[in-house]
Design a protein around this ligand. Structure first.
Ligand code: NDP
Ligand code: MG
Length: 382
């Protein structure tokens, strides 16, 4: 039996994690639920899963939830403090990090320092603080099991001793605008970018998938999770999203993991590992399917090219790229900037950053805050 605290329970990954809990009542129980501000959704979840703790980041929303749950003996906490209590309590052994954005870094590090294992969806945390997070996990003997479908695929293919690994092949659907010329991309609206051809996900990651920044973040995520340098991490465009990623061994053998584009599978694997549980999820049917793979054109995907450069440079730069991207994506969603400006602003903020070494959480947060401020200034002046 695993006991979970789920950070970001009201989101796309959070609600699918609860689907997995519902499917496996003898294996999984929920200790705490935490989210941002969605009172209706979390109230429903609390009434169904009866956790022992609940937290909302937004203070007003937390007050509202407290009054709605007054018939139940469940403490409602607010702000980062609530998130921290959810991960440091004795009861949970596994924390599902399904929050969106760098805001997940502090609770993730706190959870590791409290000796918890992490089922990690929140890739921005690894991009901003990968070295520190992985080092903390190593020191405390905690495991970080990937939820992201590509990294789950790689993790599932890693059965051989690490020394024999040659490279990782991360697949990318290419998003809704694959092959569109620059001129046409200028006219992309939030509505157009929010429609992903294969996956249904939260707004931020859907925009990242369109710009290919998501794949860039995933390359950096893979570097930290699997300890390979960037020359050994390749991206392949695979529009059908059937092969979720592959690993190539030194003898030339390639192992792949295939599945329907359904996040419940990698979520369940992260929670069942080191075993595999049966599931009732719809099966992959390969009959009549054509699978294609092509090299990405780095000129047409500046976000991916930038992420490789930023990852290789390291230090505070990945945190800066991530923070500028978070700010730019939300500015695009709010209609403040155009589609192509998202990556242009991120590139510009990265370019003016003086890269420092990361020494601790503070140094990451400082770089993150600087980048947010610079990105906002550029947005106002654009
Ligand atoms: P959603 O936007 O659907 O959900 C985000 C969750 O985080 C919600 O529960 C939201 O709460 C909560 N949240 C947002 N901001 C804060 C905050 N400041 N404090 C506390 N909670 C907050 O995102 P997804 O589920 O799509 O993605 C979550 C993470 O998983 C991301 O890092 C993403 O990159 C990663 N991921 C997602 C995949 C997917 O298929 N969706 C696939 C692979 C990775 P509320 O709604 O209550 O405000
Ligand atoms: Mg992914």
């Amino acid at each position: 039996m695993k006991t979970l605290s789920i950070l970001g329970s009201t989101g796309s990954i959070g609600t699918q994690t609860l689907d997995v809990v519902r499917e496996n009542p003898d294996q999984l129980r929920v200790y705490a639920l935490a989210a941002g501000s969605n009172v209706d959704k979390i109230e429903q979840q609390v009434r169904e899963f009866k956790p022992q703790r609940v937290a909302l980041m937004n203070e007003e929303a937390a007050e509202e939830l407290k009054s709605r749950l007054s018939d139940l003996p469940i403490p409602v906490e607010q702000g980062m403090k609530g998130m921290i209590s959810a991960v440091t309590a004795d009861e949970p052994d596994t924390i599902v990090t399904a929050i969106s954005g760098r805001i997940g870094l502090e609770p993730t590090l706190t959870a590791l320092n409290a000796g918890k294992n992490i089922a990690l969806a929140n890739k921005e945390t690894l991009v901003a603080g990968g070295d520190l997070v992985m080092e903390t996990a190593r020191k405390l003997g905690c495991s970080i099991i990937p939820v992201d479908s590509e990294h789950s695929a790689i993790f599932q293919c890693l059965e051989e001793p690490k020394g024999t690994l040659d490279k990782l092949l991360i697949t990318a659907s290419g998003g809704p605008f694959l092959g569109w010329p620059h001129e046409k991309l200028k006219g992309v609206t939030p509505e157009m970018a929010l429609k992903h051809p294969n996956w249904s996900m939260g707004a931020k990651i859907t925009i990242d998938s369109a710009t290919m920044m998501n794949k860039g973040l995933e390359v950096i995520e893979a570097h930290h999770l699997f300890g390979l340098n960037y020359d050994k991490i390749e991206v392949l465009i695979h529009p059908q999203s059937v092969v979720h990623s592959m690993v190539q061994y030194q003898d030339g053998s390639v192992l792949a993991q295939l599945g329907r584009p359904d996040m419940r599978l990698p979520i369940q694997y992260a929670l069942s590992y080191p075993t595999r549980w049966p599931s009732s999820f719809e099966r992959l049917d390969l009959r009549g399917k054509t699978l294609t793979f092509q090299e990405p054109n780095l000129q047409e995907t500046p976000a991916l090219a930038l992420a490789y450069e930023v990852g290789r440079r390291g230090g505070t730069l990945p945190a800066v790229m991530n923070a500028a991207n978070e700010v730019s994506v939300y500015a695009f969603l709010e209609g403040k900037i155009g589609y192509l400006q998202i990556v242009e602003i991120v590139e510009a903020v990265c370019q003016e950053h003086e890269v420092l070494d990361i020494t601790d959480l503070e140094s990451i947060l400082e770089a993150d805050e600087w980048a947010r401020k610079r990105a906002k200034e550029r947005i106002i002046n654009s």
